[in-house]
Design a protein around this ligand. Structure first.
Ligand code: PRP
Length: 175
């Protein structure tokens, strides 16, 4: 597989993350502590950068899910691998994703988190593949809309490769 082709530069990511953090900080000002829930593994870099730029009180949690079958052949079935550790009842929650593709994962996660009875649930994703949507799910904060391409870097992988690339690149998987 060739080296990933540049799609979104480090500098553009940095600027957009700062804008998202400003918007979120303003929306949640005076609402108390915000619980950021990173979805493993892909969100770990975005969550680290976004959370450090917020100017409001915040707490970090993680949740892990797994899709049945290979990620490139989503069946839509999602399984909970690890639930949040802290108590989120009556607290404001923001799900932090690296990418929303078909939307199945986010829809499933909202269902899981609703069962913990938080005060509110919103979702933030760095990347959104609107063309790939299979389910209707609302996303409150979107970093960048992208086309139907395979993306890596800044937390995203292809078969565990390229997660720590500092930019978002596209790859063409070999058949
Ligand atoms: C990716 C991404 C989302 C999900 C989105 O995770 O982090 O959680 O896919 O896809 P969907 O909208 O089609 O449900 P992935 O399964 O690649 O796992 P990873 O984050 O551990 O790499």
């Amino acid at each position: 597989m060739d080296k990933p082709a540049l799609l979104i530069s480090e500098e553009d990511i940095r600027k957009r993350v700062a804008e998202l953090a400003e918007q979120i900080s303003s929306d949640y000002a005076d609402k108390g502590d915000l619980v950021l829930i990173g979805v493993l593994k892909g969100s770990f870099i975005f969550l680290a950068d976004l959370s450090r730029r917020l100017t409001i009180p915040r707490t970090i949690e993680f949740i892990a899910v797994s899709s049945y079958g290979h990620a490139s052949a989503h069946t839509g079935a999602v399984r909970l691998v690890m639930d949040v550790r802290g108590n989120i009842e009556n607290r404001h929650v923001l799900i932090v994703e690296d990418i929303v593709d078909t939307g199945h994962t986010l829809k499933y996660l909202i269902g899981v988190l609703e069962s913990h009875r938080p005060a509110s649930i919103r979702a933030c994703t760095l990347l959104h593949k609107a063309e790939a949507a299979e389910v209707d799910v609302s996303i409150d904060y979107v970093g960048f809309g992208i086309g139907n391409e395979w993306v890596v870097g800044y937390g995203l992988d292809f078969a565990e490769r390229d997660r720590t690339l500092p930019y978002i690149g596209t790859v063409t998987p070999d058949d």
